[in-house]
Design a binder for this molecule. Structure first.
Ligand code: TRP
Ligand code: ZN
Length: 470
């Protein structure tokens, strides 16, 4: 789902009405080529830094993912039913999918033809979809998912097979390694997961279980539902042998921790800290946006963590309170409030990094001011000062500057407007854009409105200039 696209859709309609012959006139087959192109959904959603990510012409509201996975053969059989609505007339549209064989595609229950090219699956329904019409597309697919590992020094991400299952961490654009969709954060949707695995394997997806797992013929089926909008990169189906600890936070939020048996000793601390930190962040950032919290430790040695919605995933290490504070802060900054374009990534990583400093301040270990001063003493030649965090670059998206200098930006702001305005700003920000999309411009505007100060020079120096702010 996308918010505030109404105006854009209306403008697009106006332009097409002005530019083309009347829309209700049937297109003669001889002119099929150009007319078809005009009504084809774009192969990208419009993020200039990632021109092929996501798709144009429709807006997904729900993914119903039915997945069967066998670790021994690494084979996945999937049926994805996607509910969407058109934002233009569509003679064809794209989904993002990489690898895997597509067996069948149906649009509104009628067989559709399709072609593959690179990471694009182009679907041509038997008849065009009208602008604004709701539709469903059902994709039946199979194969051995291969993780992504190419661009942007991201290492390996997406669906990563492990000896006992899979480690699924898809930021920024790896959900296409295991299900077809509109793989860009500008289109969020709700999710249902039905995951079948060999008995003895646990399937952990986002949100909550909608019933007890059922076992028959040596296979167990798990059903999970995320009923709040979610970016595709936050979707997970992490599979393997897991010990579980279930309960709820002191404030009453359901809390599920899971750990690979190799990390069994992490289970209690993960559960306890995740509960405490979720409740503490609710006092600082505003009400917790989702219906459960927790975390998953798998034995895949990623060496990093991802803030998968409701279930941050920690790859191959015992998470300490700093990283748990970081991943849980993302539930507000990134997951509830989601960026429209990757250039604004500091709105995720700068905030989650600043949350680490706030956690230390809360614990009495170190003030955010002390952390800021220490970083500010780095010499002008430090590479961080050359990389403006407000312009995250596609070939170096997760540069440390986006984290550290992004966090410093918030502390510089706190110094400029004072604690009362700063902490009111954090809560107002999360309240005004809960479950929605955000841009840097909106954050600057809100900071200026709440503080009554012109902050353009501050944000320009901290976010946009390739040099150390004075
Ligand atoms: N967002 C993650 C964090 O800062 C980092 C990250 C980016 C990541 N891409 C990833 C982690 C892919 C795992 C997989 O917490
Ligand atoms: Zn992060």
């Amino acid at each position: 789902m996308r918010v505030n696209r109404r105006g854009v859709a209306m403008l697009a309609t106006l332009i097409s009405v002005l530019a083309c012959s009347p829309a209700d006139e049937p297109t003669p087959p001889a002119a099929g080529q150009s007319a078809a192109d005009r009504r084809a959904g774009a192969p990208g959603i419009g993020d200039p830094d990632f021109p092929r990510d996501g798709n144009g012409g429709y807006d997904v509201s729900h993914y119903d993912l039915v997945v069967d996975y066998t670790p021994a053969t690494k084979r996945l059989d999937g049926v994805a039913t996607i509910s969407a609505s058109a934002t233009q007339e569509l003679s064809s549209f794209n989904l993002d999918l990489t690898g895997l064989d597509v067996r069948e595609v149906a649009v509104n229950d009628a067989p559709a033809t399709f072609t593959r090219k690179g990471e694009e699956l182009t679907v041509r329904p038997a008849r065009a979809i009208a602008d604004e019409a709701p539709f469903t597309v059902k994709v039946t697919y199979t194969g051995q998912p291969k993780p992504a590992s190419d661009n942007a020094n991201l290492g390996t991400y997406g669906f990563i097979p492990t000896p006992d299952g899979a480690f699924v961490a898809s930021e920024p654009n790896g959900s296409k390694t295991w299900f077809p969709g509109n793989d860009h954060p500008a289109d969020k949707a709700t999710f249902d997961f039905t995951i079948t695995v060999p008995a003895g394997v646990t399937a952990l997806a986002n949100g909550e279980m909608t019933g007890q797992p059922t076992t028959s013929g040596g296979k167990t089926t798990y059903r999970w539902r995320e009923r709040h909008p979610m970016a595709t990169y936050l979707a997970t189906a992490t599979l393997g042998k897991f010990d579980l600890r279930q309960g709820s936070t002191a404030a009453g939020i359901p809390n599920l921790a899971a750990a690979d048996p190799r990390f069994k000793s992490s289970l209690d601390s993960l559960h306890t800290l995740s509960g405490q930190i979720t409740d503490y962040w609710a006092t600082v950032f505003g009400p917790y946006p989702f219906s459960s919290t927790g975390g998953v430790v798998d034995d895949y040695s990623a060496g990093y963590a991802l803030e998968n919605q409701t279930k941050p995933l920690y790859g191959g290490f015992q998470p300490d309170e700093t990283i748990i504070a970081h991943e849980l802060a993302h539930q507000w900054f990134g997951n509830s409030l989601t960026i429209r374009r990757w250039k604004d990534l500091w709105l995720n990583e700068g905030f989650a990094t600043y949350a680490e400093w706030l956690w230390a301040e809360h614990k009495g270990t170190k003030t955010a001011e002390a952390t800021f001063k220490e970083l500010q003493s780095r010499p002008a030649t430090d590479p961080m000062w050359k990389y403006p965090p407000g312009r995250a670059r596609p070939d170096d998206l997760f540069n440390q500057s986006v984290y550290t200098r992004g966090g410093m930006t918030l502390h510089a702001l706190r110094r400029a407007i004072g604690d009362p305005a700063f902490f009111t700003l954090l809560k107002t920000w999360t309240a005004e854009h809960r479950y929605g999309h955000v841009t840097t411009g909106q954050f600057v505007a809100l900071a200026e409105r709440l503080s009554g100060k012109n902050l353009d020079a501050l944000f320009d120096a901290w976010l946009l200039q390739p040099r150390k702010p004075s």
